[in-house]
Ligand binder design. Structure first.
Ligand code: TLP
Length: 345
C-alpha cells in the first residue's frame, strides 16, 4: 500500500534499491569513444535478448524511434504507420522535423497494420509520389490499451514491407509486457523486423534509457544519428547499470502488473456510464470511456482528492497503467475511489 496510488503511467516507476546500488558501483568510461564497459554490457545483453547483432543505448523511447527512422530513411520519403501510434501522436513530428520524413497514418483494428494494409499503402514508383522508406509497428500498443500482437502477425506484416524492399521498425517500448503476456521469447517478436526500440524506464523500473537493436550496419548508422541529435552521452554507465538490473530482475514480475490491471479493469467495467472492452485489456494498460458529460474530468479530480492519480487522455477517455509501484491494495483503493465518485451518477 502506497500513500499515493499513481496509475498515470509506468514511466513513473522509481528505481529499486538494487538499481541505485548498481549505479553507485558502475564502472564507467567515455561512451562516445565506445569505452564505457557498463554500457557495452547492457548493449550486449539487449542484443542477446532480442536476437539482433547489436544494440545502442539511447536516452529515451522517443530518441530510439527517431534514431531508427532517421537511420533508415532519406528526406522526402514516407513512413507508413498506424494512426494511433506513439510515433505519429506523441513524438512532436520528429521524423518530419529532423528527418524530412512524411508519415502516412493508417486506421487499424487494435493498432496493428495488416499485411494487406501495408501492401495497399506502399507507394508505387511514380515521380509525383513520395517513396515509402519505412513501415513502423508498435507492440504493445499504447493508445489501444496495451494490446499485443503475436510474432506471427509481425512476421506477416514485415514480409509485406520487405517484399517491396521497405525496412520495418518496431516500437517495442513495452516489449517485455507483450512477451510475458503471450509467453513468447522476446526474440520471436524481434526476428522479423530490421530495427526495434525498447524501454528500460517503463514497467522495468530503470530511471532512464532505451535500446535500439538491429544489424551492425544499421546500428553504426544509428550511432552517427544519435550523436547528431546530441545523444552521445559520456560516462553513462551509471545509467546503464540500472538498465542491467532491470533486464536481469524486473521482467518476470510484469505478470503481476497484468493481474492487477485485469482486476482494475473488471472493477471499472462494473461502474455506471463506463464503456470498456475487456478484450483490449491484455497487459498493464486499461483505457475506458466515460459516457456522461464532464464525467472523465470529474473522475480525475475526485480521484486526486483521494490521492489516486489517473490520466485523462481525451475529453471522455481515461487511461490507467499498472506497474511495480502499485500493489493489490492500491488497486482496491483506486476502485473504492471510483465507486465513491460514481455512486451519484
Ligand atoms: N509513452 C508515454 C507517453 O509518451 C504517452 C506513456 O506514458 O505511456 N513508444 C511508446 C509505445 C510509448 O508508450 C512511449 C512512452 C514511447 C515510445 C516514448 O518513450 P519515452 O517516454 O522514453 O520517450
Amino acid at each position: 500500500m502506497h500513500d499515493v496510488v499513481d496509475l498515470r503511467s509506468d514511466t513513473l516507476t522509481v528505481p529499486t534499491q538494487a538499481m541505485r546500488e548498481a549505479m553507485a558501483r558502475a564502472e564507467v568510461g567515455d561512451d562516445v569513444w565506445e569505452e564505457d564497459p557498463t554500457v557495452r554490457r547492457l548493449e550486449e545483453m539487449a542484443a542477446r535478448r532480442t536476437g539482433k547483432e547489436t544494440a545502442l543505448f539511447v536516452s529515451s523511447g522517443t530518441q530510439g524511434n527517431l534514431v531508427s527512422v532517421l537511420a533508415q530513411t532519406r528526406p522526402g520519403q514516407e513512413a507508413v504507420l498506424d494512426a494511433d501510434s506513439h510515433i505519429f501522436n506523441y513524438e512532436g513530428a520528429g521524423a518530419a522535423v529532423f528527418g524530412g520524413v512524411q508519415t502516412l497514418p493508417v486506421k487499424t483494428q487494435r493498432g496493428f497494420l495488416t499485411p494487406e494494409q501495408v501492401r495497399e499503402h506502399i507507394r508505387p514508383n511514380n515521380i509525383h509520389i513520395p517513396m515509402t522508406g519505412l513501415v513502423c509497428l508498435e507492440n504493445t500498443h499504447n493508445r489501444h490499451g496495451g494490446t499485443c500482437c503475436t510474432p506471427e502477425q509481425i512476421e506477416a506484416v514485415a514480409a509485406a514491407g520487405h517484399a517491396a524492399g521497405v525496412p520495418v521498425h518496431l516500437d517495442r517500448a513495452r516489449i517485455f509486457n507483450a512477451a510475458v503476456a503471450l509467453e513468447r521469447p522476446v526474440a520471436d517478436f524481434a526476428r522479423p523486423v530490421d530495427s526495434l526500440t525498447f524501454c528500460l524506464s517503463k514497467g522495468l523500473g530503470a530511471p532512464v534509457g532505451s535500446l535500439v537493436c538491429g544489424s551492425r550496419e544499421l546500428i553504426t548508422r544509428a550511432r552517427r544519428v544519435r550523436k547528431m541529435l546530441g545523444g552521445g552521452m559520456r560516462q553513462v554507465g551509471v545509467l546503464a547499470a540500472a538498465g542491467i538490473v532491470a533486464l536481469e530482475s524486473m521482467v518476470d514480475r510484469l505478470a503481476e502488473d497484468h493481474v492487477n490491471c485485469r482486476r482494475l479493469a473488471e472493477g471499472v467495467s462494473r461502474l455506471p456510464h463506463v464503456r470498456l472492452d475487456l478484450a483490449t485489456v491484455q497487459t498493464n494498460i486499461v483505457i475506458f470511456r466515460i459516457e456522461k458529460d464532464g464525467g472523465a474530468a470529474e473522475l480525475v479530480t475526485g480521484c486526486l482528492a483521494r490521492k489516486v492519480k489517473i490520466h485523462q487522455t481525451g475529453p471522455a477517455t481515461i487511461r490507467c497503467v499498472t506497474h511495480k509501484d502499485v500493489d493489490g491494495d492500491d488497486i482496491e483503493r483506486a476502485l473504492e475511489a471510483f465507486r465513491e465518485i460514481t455512486a451519484a451518477w
